[in-house]
Design a protein around this ligand. Sequence first.
Ligand SMILES: C[S@@+](CC[C@H](N)C(=O)[O-])C[C@H]1O[C@@H](n2cnc3c(N)ncnc32)[C@H](O)[C@@H]1O
Length: 250
Amino acid sequence: MTVYFIGAGPGDPELITVKGQRLIRSCPVILYAGSLVPTAVLEGHSAEQVINSAELHLEQIIAHLVQAHSRGLHVARVHSGDPSLYGAIGEQIRELRVRDIPFEIIPGVTATAACAALLESELTLPKVSQTLILTRYSGRADMPDGEQLRDLARHRATMAIHLGVSHIARIVEELLPHYGPDCPIAVVHRASWPDQDWVKGRLADIEELVRAKGYRRTALIVVGEVLDPGDFSDAALYRASHAHLYRSNS
Ligand SMILES: C[S@@+](CC[C@H](N)C(=O)[O-])C[C@H]1O[C@@H](n2cnc3c(N)ncnc32)[C@H](O)[C@@H]1O
């Protein structure tokens, strides 16, 4: 018996891995994070038990996993996007390890990738930004020292900010001194869902644009010059003068 932590992808049921879908269709027990995972992702399952974990707390989730283990039943534990990002799998893994319950993690398409696709953007352009910071907004004290937005903003790298759209005013305030008012920024709401939507602007006007759209939840904020880079140089990878292991100079 194994607990499979499966990345469901950002919403579109076709954006799950083949392996993740196969496991969902074959596991007799499914626990899915129903706040962000659409039931369409579970289509074709033959499970005897399907549980929405959005209504449960950690102890109740672990109790389901332990029960399945004692019955020798595989579990598909389905999380949104990629489970390694803000998925709260760390504490589940800790509990499974204590109980010697085997588990495996199946990666998924993270929201940032889905948003970049929608925005038709490469997030890492030569000489513009070669770094992507994935972070979240938190007004609470649970951000570690040195990871407040104003600290991260000093790098002026491309940044994807999760869980922050309802705090857009505060976020703009922290980014402005480093990125400047003209820096492009996009807010993508429910990327890859049927009602997906997005808005693009500059740091100076994004707060107003987001307010007009009325986004409150499930939106990703992407900021950085890569969203409107103007003229930028080609990456060395496909440059004719650049030889490498798979291609000689031409
Ligand atoms: C708890 S985190 C889960 C992230 C997920 N594990 C991932 O890899 O994308 C939830 C946050 O991710 C972002 N998010 C998740 N799915 C999204 C989507 N389809 N479109 C835009 N943002 C999304 C939002 O910021 C949302 O508040």
